[in-house]
Design a protein around this ligand. Sequence first.
Ligand SMILES: Cc1ncc(COP(=O)(O)O)c(C=O)c1O
Length: 294
Amino acid sequence: MDTSSFADRDGFIWLNGKLVPWRDANIHVLTHGLHYASSVFEGERVYDGEIFKLQEHTDRLIESARILGFKLEQTAEEINEASRQTVAANKIVDGYVRPVAWRGSEMMGVSAQNNRINLAIAAWVWPSYFSPEARMKGIRLKLSSWKRPSPETIPTKSKAAGLYMICTLSKHQAESEGFDDALMLDYRGRVAEATGANIFFVRDGVLHTPTPDCFLDGITRRTVIDLAKARGIEVVERAIMPEELADFTECFLTGTAAEVTPVSSIDTYQFTPGTICAQLIKDYDNCVRRKIAA
Ligand SMILES: Cc1ncc(COP(=O)(O)O)c(C=O)c1O
């Protein structure tokens, strides 16, 4: 895997209609997206050369932009095709795709009515790091002091760059104390999500997950809910308070990057990744690789 800076790699990036050499995919410092966070993005995974749930990701990208008040120049079909071209040009079998759309440099101020909407799509090799056995050890989360905001404060349904400021603050806070990731509560004090993934809990064989009313309803989250239901596991979407963490036996995160990642602790609350985690890791792997579920 290439460990050089993301600005200095070989390969190609799709930028506003064509593939350009990786190092030439640059923008000016006076870019609205950089100064005012008028930027939306996606994170997708490539498994065996195919982008998993590409259509859903492309639809969400377009919707994220619409929520921020801008319209991409490309249709969903054109974005899908550009995404596939980028994966092919970089010869990626197992990897990650990052489409990003942003307001350009034409106007420099809060108002950005006439700025061009740019779109770039990058892709790089990124295999799943953990074997299912290593994954089953679980990761350690810290409760963040930062909260997911109210939908009246910021458009929480948009996968907008601005919302990730809270995630980086939370993740850095957790990492500085030796944790792997942070769990954020929402503005009401309810359990919300990790910095790049949704969260699930198990109690008495039933899955519990927070209702996504102020954070991303992840594509992986929805996939895992369907997989669990197909196994006959009951899934309850509801408000979950932090005091309840003591009652759960298993816990895991879901996300494009995280896939299904068991959690061993949140602050002093302990969980033991067990049969439901193991089953859903396996089912998810079968699903993304289009194997027949065992
Ligand atoms: C903050 C946050 N929550 C949840 C998710 C999970 O979303 P998905 O499963 O669509 O990748 C992500 C990843 O995109 C995320 O960044």
